[in-house]
Design a protein around this ligand. Structure first.
Ligand SMILES: Cc1cc2nc3c(=O)[nH]c(=O)nc-3n(C[C@H](O)[C@H](O)[C@H](O)COP(=O)(O)OP(=O)(O)OC[C@H]3O[C@@H](n4cnc5c(N)ncnc54)[C@H](O)[C@@H]3O)c2cc1C
Length: 416
């Protein structure tokens, strides 16, 4: 079914009785060419691009829960491409460009809102580091503007510029960054994949892999065995547990990341603001709630709930840059399990087991990567070669000392 303004108008007049489910609910078939494990943003995007851009047919996405139940529906919706290193920046810029055309591409309103993102700096040394990052971004074709204190005052007059410990001196501004409605992304990709013939199998948990003489020949699931020529795993926070079933140990730890939403307020936050001296970032949803978060919890877990010390830490960060947030009432908070690699950068690679592919290690930065991750993973699966912007996301990079130690943004595993 295609969506259009006319269709919305017509359905409104006729009792909204003509809408059909956005994707089918098929039974698993005995065999597919490609089985994608994990129906999060990355898995659904991979299926969508495999079918639409790489001409692959006979694909299934196998999801243990329901579409959007993982981190794709739990994140704080920020998209940006403000990275530093050559292994990362072109990939994230590619992703931002895909975000810019995504809604037209899959004909679904994902509320892509490029209101900008500003990273605040609080010292001269931090300003120099941000200037360097802004230059790296521009060299990769992204947009970056280094603002001084007056520039930030104009953008966000409500900030506490004269905080005694963390005075705000300026910020690195990426006008094309912003937010996207996270679950609409999952729905849009699911609908687009289904339209291109992909079977989306919900409530179907992968419990094992059929591996014969070093070749992966399918998966075992809670709904029976499924044979496949290629199996592509992208299960985010469950990466270590799922790949363990294939006998692989990954350079990944799982941590909880929490998010918070306040009551609806009048528009105040212009885009996304991040604190440069602690872990706090905030944006405002279209309904008016302040959406904010901070650091991951400092221990390994697969439980999707967080702990009070991080709540306190995040609130302290918020109070340091915008004390008015102390008057807003928090309505909801939740946690998601994120898969943190040991250099804070992801993997999109083949494994040593023929026919088995792995995509993970996104930590708290994988939502913005969804389109590029799906596209590059589809490229690797269909063509057998990595996409040019994802060549460094190799599983063996620690063995070869080729880490992508992104300090510009992302996780810093040594802190946890
Ligand atoms: C609170 C929070 C805030 C965040 N904020 C941001 C942000 O602002 N910007 C940003 O870029 N990133 C953010 N992230 C990170 C981002 O959400 C993740 O990196 C990204 O969503 C991970 O990819 P995914 O969407 O495919 O994961 P998921 O949606 O988690 O998909 C993985 C799927 O695999 C399924 N699965 C697991 N095991 C199995 C199995 N055995 N069989 C079948 N299926 C299985 C799960 O049920 C799940 O649906 C945030 C994360 C959290 C938790």
């Amino acid at each position: 079914m295609n969506y259009s303004g006319f269709r919305v108008f017509w359905e409104g007049l006729t009792g909204n009785a003509g809408w059909k489910p956005a994707w089918r609910d098929p039974d698993p078939r005995a065999e597919y060419d490609i089985v994608i494990v994990g129906g999060g943003g990355h898995g659904l995007a991979t299926a969508y691009y495999l079918a639409k851009e790489f001409g692959q047919r006979n694909i299934a996405v196998v999801e243990k829960g329901w579409i959007g139940s993982g981190n794709v529906g739990r994140n704080t919706t920020i998209v940006r491409s403000n990275y530093l290193l050559p292994g990362n920046e072109p990939f994230y810029e590619f992703s931002l460009k895909l975000w810019e055309g995504l809604e037209q591409d899959f004909n679904f309103n994902a509320m892509v809102s490029q209101r900008g993102i500003v990273n605040l700096y609080h010292s001269d040394a931090q300003r120099d580091a941000f200037a360097r990052r802004g230059n790296a971004m521009r060299l990769a074709g992204a947009d970056a503007v280094l603002l001084d204190q007056d520039g930030i005052r104009e953008l966000c007059p409500f900030l506490d510029f004269d905080n005694a410990r963390f005075p705000i001196r300026g910020g690195l501004w990426q006008p094309r960054g912003g937010t996207v409605r996270h679950d609409a992304v999952a729905w849009g990709y699911a609908r687009g994949a289904d339209k291109n013939g992909v079977d989306i199998l919900q409530n179907c948990e992968v419990t094992g892999f059929q591996i014969d003489n070093g070749v992966c020949k399918g998966v075992e699931t809670s709904r029976g065995k499924i044979r496949a020529k290629k199996v592509a795993v992208c299960v985010a926070g469950s990466s270590s547990r799922v790949m363990e079933r294939a006998g692989m140990r990954l350079p990944i730890e799982s941590h909880v990341l929490q998010a918070f939403v306040t009551e609806g307020l009048k528009p105040i936050i212009p885009g996304v603001i991040t604190f440069g001296a602690g872990h706090f970032y905030v944006s405002q949803s279209d309904k008016g709630g302040l959406v904010f978060g901070g650091d991951i919890d400092g221990y390994n877990t697969y439980a999707q709930r967080g702990n009070l010390p991080v709540v306190e830490d995040v609130c302290e960060g918020g109070m340091a840059i915008m004390p008015m947030i102390g008057r807003a009432r928090v309505l909801r908070m939740w946690g998601g399990v994120v898969d943190m690699s040991m250099d804070g950068s992801p993997f999109i690679d083949k494994t040593a087991i023929e026919g088995l592919y792995f995509n993970g290690g996104w930590c708290y930065g994988g939502f913005k990567a969804t389109p590029a991750s799906g596209y590059c993973y589809a490229h690797l699966i269909a063509r057998g070669e990595p996409h040019p912007v994802a060549v460094d996301y190799r599983l063996d990079r620690f063995r070869h000392g080729a880490m992508i130690d992104e300090k510009g943004a992302g996780a810093q595993p040594n802190l946890h």
